[in-house]
Design a protein around this ligand. Structure first.
Ligand code: ASP
Ligand code: MG
Length: 411
């Protein structure tokens, strides 16, 4: 018997039929003798619809009231799901964030969880045989103000709750069967990954794979909560994300991920002097722009070029501060390229194996894909390439690292 936290997203709860399906999915685990705590998002597009409604009444809706409004979405799901479970003959009970004492700071619409005071309440209900339905995404401040955790925040509720009640596993039920070696929409032969370390999952998501919210994986890593990303429509094991172990190191590259949401900026003819990079990136940060990769060329006659990538959606904000930067550092000018993409290979095995970068660069060269920038971490190599070559790059790397179903060798 295990204590399981399951999390279902809004898309799985969009209609009564879907809710009944989810109810059966929960019951299957309950019947195995497990104790079930289930965190849910608001049904379907409820949150979007509520925000849209609010924006018809106020240009910038008051954040306290927006939280009061948005929190109702998840409350619908827990009540409806509990009714469905009770109708099917099971004991079920719903809990809001406030009822469970999910304590947060006071930052409306993007609050952080500080503590869960009501873990005992859940434990008691579980002991009495209840399936506990918990509203994701919401909390309460010490002044009893309702808060929400930021869009997609139900994932975070699930992990925080799993930590507080010391669950054996925190499962995320998805319409895909797990995390794949690459986007199956791009790489036909992509296969489900069985195990990942927290750091690999973090690198895969910052590289572009949209599976779990990064804050949620970080939380799980800090508290050592085992995560399981699995399919709603299957009982098969999905991808288990847990603390790194020796087995994981044997796999050099776990997955290839990509992101077409970045833009590259080059500041040309920057004087090569101490303090210049600091000035440039301080100004960029002041402009509220997040920087990803940075490279600086070797200097030639006392001046150099600095290139960096940012989120493409921040390009307008960046351009606002770039003229000022160019003037202040006495650079020659800047250029911006929005047609780039980032492709990354991720794997903990990189720490102990050599030659990974050379395999990667050769594979790209053979395919005549030009690398514009490179950045590495202990367990990741990323390259920036032209946007229209991203998918080819993903395919070629996926096969260079033999990640496909066809590549699995018979033992
Ligand atoms: N319902 C919220 C949202 O749509 C929270 C979540 O789905 O996790 O962002
Ligand atoms: Mg949602």
């Amino acid at each position: 018997m295990a204590l399981i936290v399951q999390k279902f997203g809004g898309a799985s709860l969009a209609t009564p039929e879907k809710m009944l399906f989810v109810a059966d999915r929960i019951i299957r685990e309950k019947k195995k003798g497990n104790q079930m705590v289930v965190v849910v998002s608001a049904p379907g597009d409820t949150t979007d619809n509520l925000i849209e409604f609010a924006e018809k009444l106020a240009k910038i809706p008051d954040e306290r009231e927006l939280d009061m409004l948005m929190a109702t979405g998840e409350q619908q799901s827990i009540a409806l799901m509990s009714m469905a479970l009770i109708e099917k003959g099971f004991k079920a009970k719903s809990f809001t964030g406030a009822q469970l004492g999910i304590m947060t700071d006071t930052k409306h619409t993007r609050a952080r969880i500080l503590d869960i005071k009501g873990a005992g309440k859940i434990k008691k209900a579980l002991k009495e045989g209840f399936i506990c339905m918990v509203a994701g995404f919401q909390g309460i401040t010490d002044k009893e103000e309702v808060t929400t955790l930021g869009r997609g925040g139900s994932d975070l509720t699930a992990v925080a709750l799993a930590t507080a009640i010391k669950a054996d596993v925190c499962e995320f039920l998805k319409d895909v069967d797990g995390v794949f070696t690459a986007n199956p929409g791009v790489v036909f032969d992509a296969k489900k990954i069985d195990f990942l370390s927290y750091d690999e999952m973090l690198e895969l998501s910052s590289g572009g794979a949209q599976v779990l919210y990064n804050r949620c994986v970080e939380f799980a890593k800090n508290y050592n909560v085992v995560l399981h990303v699995r399919g709603t429509f299957t009982d098969k094991q999905g991808t288990i994300i847990k603390k790194e172990d020796k087995e994981m190191e044997k796999i050099i590259v776990s997955g290839i991920t990509y992101n077409k949401k970045e833009a590259k900026i080059t500041i040309k003819g920057v004087p090569d002097q101490p303090g210049i990079a600091s000035l440039v990136f301080n100004k960029i940060a002041d402009g509220d722009v997040n920087v990803d990769m940075i490279i600086q060329n070797v200097s030639d006659n006392g001046s150099t070029d600095i290139s960096f990538t940012i989120f493409r959606k921040d390009a307008v904000k960046a351009v606002k501060v770039l003229d000022d930067i160019v003037k202040k550092v006495k650079a020659k000018g800047y250029s911006i390229d929005e047609k780039i993409g980032k492709v990354s290979a991720v794997g903990v095995g990189m720490r102990t194996h050599t030659g990974i970068a050379s395999v990667m660069f050769k594979a790209l060269a053979d395919k005549k894909i030009n690398i514009e920038m490179i950045s590495t971490s202990e367990i990741k190599i990323s390259v920036v390439v032209k946007e229209d070559q991203v998918e080819d790059a993903v395919k070629v790397l996926h096969s260079a690292f033999k990640l496909g179903k066809k590549d699995v060798k018979a033992e």
